[in-house]
Design a protein around this ligand. Structure first.
Ligand code: TRP
Length: 334
């Protein structure tokens, strides 16, 4: 990898189908970053084990997310795409970091509190130590910048704390990662419940979420059925979460800012506005879907990218893990 470029790293959990929220909130941004930085992108398949799922669904979903990464060109050039579970150093470093993380710190994680409330029948230790695995993902590759959504900020903070704690004892072993700030992805909310993030696990109503696997007609219909309010002006406003969400979606695909979009739709009724958003989203998704479907069918190609990515990631990760093992006093492997 070239010396000057900073390293960006991010992982996505392959749990459930990919939605417009994943695409506009993260992947489109990752794609842009992949042109400028050394990028390391992986599926966080080990993280998904904290919640029970059908093994076959998990495997299919992992393959789909990897195919989408490839379709978006995230593996181009020096960049890396792989599955977390294919690089055993993640689990190994996570163990070490577990021993440098306090119960009290983990207890404060809001995601742990939320998830244990939602899955009260399965509050497993993995859910609790999840941030240590995430810290391992980041620290193994000496990442400089991590693009994360609001919901992962606290996990990045704890990663920094753990890394600093370790460095204070053993010297500069880890690069202290920073949140990537800049043009971040849009936070896309549910179409039927626009006060909550667009998410598969939150969406009992199929119209709440746009899936990449929907056909474009369905996509357009879901947008046209999105809840709005009884007002009739296309303006972003906390009192108008539905319209605000549609404006955010429009901006994310068109590259315009809110002010420009509001101006464009001045005096336009909700029906026509929704139709314009639907068109813009469909135009955006059409080529992505085509390429994704093409790549997904090419099993051998997806396998080869996955294999090559894992090999390169293993080499990078073991450099860091070797240092860590030496520092903490494990016997050298002969
Ligand atoms: N926890 C993240 C999420 O659910 C996924 C993730 C795992 C991640 N490891 C990471 C994100 C490392 C950034 C960096 O969204």
């Amino acid at each position: 990898m070239s010396e000057k470029k900073k390293t960006i790293l991010s992982l996505m959990q392959p749990s459930g189908e990919v939605s417009l929220g994943n695409y506009l909130g993260a992947l489109k941004n990752w794609q842009r970053l992949s042109l400028e930085y050394n990028c390391i992108y992986a599926i966080a398949d080990l993280h998904t084990l904290t919640v029970r799922q059908q093994p076959e669904d998990k495997r299919r979903c992992s393959r789909e997310v990897l195919a989408l990464f490839i379709a978006l060109g995230l593996d181009k050039g020096e960049n890396l795409v792989f599955a977390q579970s294919h690089v055993s150093a993640h689990a190994e470093l996570a163990w070490v970091l577990n021993c440098f993380t306090y119960m009290g710190e983990l207890n404060r994680m809001t995601q742990f509190k939320d998830k244990s409330a939602r899955h009260a029948d399965n509050i497993n230790a993995g859910l609790f130590t999840y941030p240590c695995l995430m810290a391992a993902d980041i620290l193994l590759y000496q990442a400089d910048l991590v693009p994360v959504g609001e919901d992962q900020r606290q996990h990045l903070e704890i990663t920094r704390d753990i890394a600093e704690r370790f460095n204070n004892i053993y010297g500069d072993v880890f690069t202290i990662p920073e949140a990537y700030i800049g043009k971040t992805g849009a936070r896309i909310m549910g179409l039927q419940e626009p006060t909550r993030k667009m998410s598969k696990s939150e969406s009992a109503n199929a119209n709440n979420i746009i899936l990449l696997s929907d056909d474009l007609k369905q996509t357009a219909n879901k947008i046209k059925r999105a809840v709005t309010d009884s007002d009739n002006s296309v303006k972003a406003d906390p009192e108008k979460p539905g319209i605000t969400n549609l404006l955010n979606i429009y901006c994310a695909v068109s590259g315009k800012n809110i002010a420009e979009a509001e101006k464009e739709f001045e005096g336009v009724g909700y029906g026509a506005f929704k139709a314009a958003v639907a068109d813009a989203v469909c135009e955006e998704l059409r080529p992505v879907k085509e390429e994704y479907e093409r790549v997904l069918k090419d099993k051998a190609y997806v396998d080869s990218v996955m294999k090559n990515g894992a090999e390169r990631a293993n080499r990078l990760a073991y450099r860091t893990l070797g240092k860590v093992y030496k520092k903490v006093g494990l016997l050298p492997r002969l």
